[in-house]
Design a protein around this ligand. Structure first.
Ligand code: GLY
Length: 372
């Protein structure tokens, strides 16, 4: 038999065998597993605990991300998230419930610490998929959510440092003593003023504020879960891009971009620069790639290649872009994938995983490009 004939035969046999293989995979009892972005070690542990106790998969992931939404020290999600350019925190979130194939979302919602729960109420208690801005806040308040100030001392400090760091092309900024002040006075005044305004601010808080001001983050949490009945759900929640124009909405609340779940195949979610993910409908692309036979890892790398192609695969232009996917197939196979092998701070991109026989922990993601 020639090699070509053999390959053709193998392909034909392979194609014929596919439904049988998929059938066998579906019949096996899947392992309970939760995965999330790297900031979700506690979220995965919680989500797994809820599903192992027999809880609903969507309640599980929401209980998981609520830990991060309520954490004042996570500056990318919920309470303590970095605000928009006017110093107001605006949050985005989406949820998808695999068993009922439903979803819900909120975008640019102010004053509510747990937008993931509001997104769940949109799904359960309205005939809509997404509420935004003022309407989303009014709906949340009608549902009994408390309107609160979402700024913490750190996030307010970071915003003030960011405003004071803006300069015109001659290096001038209107904050601090005027140009008519004595020589040398302007140089230290901004920092000194901030120290007076924030007497509790430690050097570490000021250093973090400077980091936030100069490298605006788009942190987010995505969490996906699978239970041993094969049911899946997912959530993505964020304060979005720091210092954004008020009303800017990223990928997190957009079903198909920041989150997609089809429990007949799997689920995917993302963190990083939402604008790039929206352009490739990343989470939906990944689930469809898996539907057509790709592994979670290859499905996510393919989505990253699509994002890179929008920049003509030009590594220089892609350099400032952070984009990460988290993928869970309905048989428990999973992957984390990032555009770059290192974040701006030099750390390797990671994601969190919790399984029945291993405590929640971080693993390294695969990546498309290596930073020199
Ligand atoms: N991925 C979060 C955002 O861009 O808002």
């Amino acid at each position: 038999m020639s090699e070509i004939t053999f390959s053709r035969r193998a392909a034909l046999l392979g194609a014929a065998a596919l439904p049988i293989v998929q059938g066998a995979r579906a019949q096996r009892r899947p392992p309970s597993i939760a995965i999330s972005s790297a900031n979700g070690v506690a979220a995965c542990a919680k989500a797994l605990e809820v599903v192992r106790a027999g809880g609903d998969t969507l309640d599980a992931v929401i209980a998981g991300v609520n830990i991060v939404e309520l954490d004042p020290n996570d500056n990318s999600v919920g309470y303590g998230g970095l605000p928009n350019e006017e110093g107001v925190v605006e949050l985005d979130a989406s949820v998808m419930h695999g068993p009922t194939r439903r979803g819900g979302a909120v975008a640019a919602i102010r004053g509510i610490k747990t937008p993931s729960k509001v997104a769940q109420r949109v799904m359960e208690d309205t005939d809509h998929m997404m509420l935004v801005g003022e309407g989303a806040l009014r709906f949340a308040k009608d549902q009994g959510f408390l309107e609160e100030d979402l700024l913490t001392e750190q996030s307010r400090l970071s915003w003030l440092v960011w405003r004071r760091s803006l300069k015109d092309s001659s290096g001038h900024n209107n904050w601090g003593p005027g140009l008519d002040s004595p020589p040398g006075a302007r140089k230290t005044a901004v920092l000194e003023r901030l120290k007076q305004e924030f007497p509790q601010a430690t050097e570490a808080m000021l250093a973090l504020a400077w980091e936030h001001a100069t490298n605006p983050p788009h942190g987010t949490i995505n969490c996906l879960v699978l239970n041993d009945k094969g049911e899946m759900s997912g959530v993505t929640t964020t304060s979005g891009l720091a210092w954004k124009i008020p009303g800017r909405v990223g990928d997190s609340p957009l079903i198909g971009a920041g989150l997609y779940v089809d429990q007949e195949v799997g689920a995917a979610g993302s963190t990083g620069r939402g604008e790039e993910n929206i352009r490739i409908a990343g989470a939906h692309t990944i689930v469809e790639n898996m539907r057509h036979g790709m592994s979670p890892k290859d499905a996510a790398l393919d989505a990253l290649k699509r994002a890179a192609r929008n920049f003509g695969n030009d590594a220089k232009r892609l350099e400032p872009i952070d984009l990460n996917f988290y993928v869970l197939r309905n048989d428990g196979e999973y992957a984390g994938a990032s555009l770059w092998n290192k974040r701006a701070n030099g750390a390797a991109p990671q994601f969190a995983v919790a399984t029945a026989d291993r405590a929640s922990q971080r693993e390294n993601s695969v990546y498309l490009y290596e930073r020199k």
